[in-house]
Each structure stands twice: as C-alpha cells, then as structure tokens.
Design a protein around this ligand. Structure first.
Ligand SMILES: Cc1cc2nc3c(=O)[nH]c(=O)nc-3n(C[C@H](O)[C@H](O)[C@H](O)COP(=O)(O)OP(=O)(O)OC[C@H]3O[C@@H](n4cnc5c(N)ncnc54)[C@H](O)[C@@H]3O)c2cc1C
Length: 51
C-alpha cells in the first residue's frame, strides 16, 4: 500500500497538530485535522521579549 493511500487523523489544530499534518502531507500521507474549537483565536503574542 502506497503512503498516499493512508489517511491519518490528527486531533487538534494547534501548532503541534498543524505541524504534524504538514509533515505527514509532505511525506505522502493524507492528513485530516479535527479541531474542537469553532473559532481561530490566538493565545498570546507572536513574539516574546527576553530579559
Ligand atoms: C495564554 C497563553 C499565551 C501564550 N503565549 C505564547 C507566546 O506568546 N509565544 C509562544 O511561543 N507560545 C505561547 N503560548 C504557548 C503556546 O500556545 C503553546 O506552546 C502551543 O499552543 C502548544 O501547541 P499544541 O499544538 O501542543 O497545543 P494547542 O495549541 O493547545 O492545540 C491543541 C488544540 O487541540 C484542540 N483539541 C483539544 N482536544 C480536542 C479534541 N478532543 N478534539 C479536537 N480538538 C481538540 C484544542 O482546541 C486546540 O486547538 C501561550 C499559551 C497560553 C495558554
């Protein structure tokens, strides 16, 4: 069975889930992301300041 015939379910569309889905797709798998939240929201700033 070729990789492209394999589907992988990724539960959670956070950084971890989306990065996993991207890499799975890059390696020939079909990735399906299931996200519980109905909205796209940010959790914090995109950059952090050091001390
Ligand atoms: C208030 C706050 C501010 C932050 N600020 C920063 C920052 O400024 N810079 C930084 O680098 N990091 C920041 N972080 C940390 C960063 O958000 C996390 O490290 C990162 O989001 C972790 O990614 P993750 O994919 O593991 O989890 P998450 O981002 O939490 O993603 C998990 C996803 O899975 C979904 N999910 C959970 N259960 C289910 C289910 N049963 N079915 C379907 N979907 C499900 C959730 O809705 C969520 O979208 C912050 C975190 C918080 C809480």
């Amino acid at each position: 069975m070729a990789k492209k015939d394999l589907s992988v379910i990724v539960v959670g569309g956070g950084f971890g889930g989306l990065a996993s889905a991207i890499e799975l797709t890059r390696h020939g798998f079909k990735a399906h992301v299931f996200e519980a939240s109905p909205d796209l929201t940010r959790q914090g700033r995109s950059t952090s300041k050091g001390m």
